[in-house]
Write a protein that binds this ligand. Structure first.
Ligand code: SPV
Ligand code: MG
Length: 553
């Protein structure tokens, strides 16, 4: 991976190595807190909440697999989960490494694998493999021989490659029903073996055992606690007693369990989603947590824009009074032509060219636009505004600046090759122009005529033409063709077009303006608007006669 790419992926994250971050937390003179996570998503949630470290809880990781906290999940399965957790976050992870999954030799291999996955530290407990959770029959749990466990700690410390990797030795003497003296003996031995901290665990509802230990232990090394059972103890007590780190060990998993149980029960009972929707995270929140935004950014950088299909914006807000009774209860775009409404044909042509993201700007009789798989945005001022207002709304709704946008009208029929040509033409601003313009001029219809830098001619084959002027009243001698109503705006030009639209529409007289005004403004600003000449293969519906003829189109 090159550095530019690394920088991009790690943007905004701490530059301090995770091992060093954790060591600093452990040795800080403040009381520090880390919180449990059990997969990539929960790890991210813990980091976003503000925690400077994560507890890779054995209980939670086994539970999310649906198995017991008895080493039923293999250590490599745990490692795979940790890798997702580590990749998803920038704060250090302290793995609950149970007993080390074997003897000193397994601990050494574990430490190396953890370092390879950027896990900052491991906590090893002095029970026997396969262990069971400290809160299940704790008193019956056999402890490891002191010297054997001290050997594991030493082996782990000898195996680590980075000096800052930490090993926390967890003393289970209180859990197993032994007293303070045994706890102290063990802590001493593990400390002597090189442990970076002691985790002193207790299953009592009061903090008496851990406080007694802390008093006796004093400041020989940092002390870590897990107040799951003595949860009602005020946190200031730990602070006052000089505890180094508190682990909130299972609360993310437990909140997830409650949430999942409540919601699934309700959905089952109510056979409906209506009442739960507002109580649960949105789908967009899932995308955000997954980092979908960063992928979109990366696509902009790395994916050739030609591989991203354009989005289409169809302007269909106007009534089309010229069609008389046909548009009494529906906009022109919904007038039936042959087997489908005009908009249905438009959607089919876009779909045939591979374009599926289509935003329709509605206005007049908007409820009548009922076709599926479309996004809608409304220009409710359609009666007093023009195309540019609709375009502005359409571009805002088409979202993002990652895709080119093809703008067309809700009353223009076309074949799929029109969007195909627009997509394949590399220029960032492109219009389609019909060289067979005399035909429509003869029909006495209003058309937008185009004067290009070159007319269409075989003699200019291979040379590109650019827009110089577009107007309905262009002198006949200057006309090179008729604009077909298609405009491609490349992704890189969308911000400019949005800005120009905002400027234009800030002037009240422009509220009724049409797209040609925008095109001329672009040309005036020195933008190159590519003209692609073609002949026929489109039809705009301007009269009842067009509706009839269009059936054969
Ligand atoms: C864990 O979170 O897996 C722990 C802490 O080891 S406890 O469940 O309290 O033993
Ligand atoms: Mg555990």
């Amino acid at each position: 991976m090159n550095h530019a790419c690394m920088d991009f992926l790690d943007k905004g994250k701490s530059t301090m190595k995770k091992v060093s971050q954790f060591k600093a937390l452990l040795q800080s003179d403040q009381l520090e807190f880390i919180c449990e996570a059990h997969n990539g998503l929960s790890a991210k949630i813990v980091e976003e909440a503000g925690f400077k470290g994560i507890w890779g809880s054995g209980l939670s990781i086994s539970a999310q697999f649906g198995v017991r906290d008895n080493n039923e999940a293999s250590w490599t399965q745990v490692l795979d989960v940790l890798e997702f957790m580590s990749d998803a976050t920038s704060v250090p992870i302290l793995l609950d490494g149970d007993t080390g999954y074997g003897n000193f030799n397994n601990v050494q291999r574990l430490v190396r694998k953890l370092e390879q996955r950027d896990i900052a530290a491991v906590c090893l407990e002095d029970k026997l493999f396969p262990k069971s959770n400290s809160f299940i029959g704790g008193k019956q749990q056999p402890l490891a021989p002191i010297d054997e466990f001290a050997g594991k700690i030493k082996a782990g410390k000898d195996a680590q490659r980075d000096d800052d990797f930490c090993i926390v030795a967890r003393v289970e003497a209180f859990i197993a029903g032994w007293g303070l003296a045994e706890a102290m003996r063990r802590a001493e031995a593990y400390h002597a073996a090189g442990a970076d901290a002691i985790l002193i665990h207790s299953a009592l509802a009061v903090p008496d055992e851990i406080l007694a230990f802390k008093r006796e232990w004093a400041d020989r090394s940092p002390v870590v606690i897990v107040p799951t059972k003595y949860y009602s103890t005020p946190t200031d007590i730990y602070r006052a007693q000089g505890i180094s780190m508190v682990i909130w060990a299972n609360h993310v998993l437990r909140s997830a369990i409650s949430g999942m149980q409540q919601v699934t029960r309700r959905i089952y009972e109510e056979q409906s989603l209506i009442r739960v929707e507002s109580d649960i995270a949105t789908v967009n929140e899932i995308f955000r947590l997954q980092g979908a935004g960063a992928l979109e950014e990366a696509e902009k950088r790395y994916l050739p824009s030609a591989q991203r299909m354009p989005h289409a914006v169809v302007l269909a807000a106007s009534r089309g009074v010229e069609l008389g009774e046909l548009t009494l209860d529906r906009p022109k775009a919904m007038v039936q032509v042959g087997t489908a409404p005009i908009l249905g044909h438009i959607v089919a042509a876009y779909n045939a060219s591979g374009i599926k993201d289509i935003t329709v700007v509605r206005g007049y009789q908007k409820a009548a636009i009922t076709l599926p798989n479309l996004a809608f945005v409304d220009n409710d001022d359609y009666a007093s505004t023009g195309e540019l207002v609709s375009l502005q709304k359409g571009l805002a709704a088409a979202g993002g600046d990652q895709h080119d946008v093809i703008v067309s009208y809700g009353d223009v029929l076309f074949r799929k090759y029109v969007p195909e040509i627009l997509h394949e033409t590399a220029d960032a601003l492109v219009i389609m122009v019909d060289t067979d313009w005399r035909d429509s001029a003869n029909r006495n219809r209003i058309a937008d005529y185009v004067h290009g830098s070159l007319p269409y001619s075989r003699q200019f084959y291979g040379r590109e033409a650019f827009l110089e002027r577009i107007a309905a009243d262009l002198p006949e001698g200057e006309i090179h063709g008729e604009w077909m109503g298609f405009l491609k705006i490349g992704a890189e030009k969308l911000p400019l077009v949005r800005e120009l639209l905002a400027q234009l529409l800030a002037v009240p007289e422009n509220r009724g303006a049409k797209i040609p005004q925008l095109l001329n403004l672009l040309v005036e600003r020195g933008e190159r608007v590519r003209v692609v000449y073609t002949t026929g293969h489109w039809l705009d519906i301007d009269s009842l006669e067009d509706v009839t003829n269009a059936g054969a189109f």
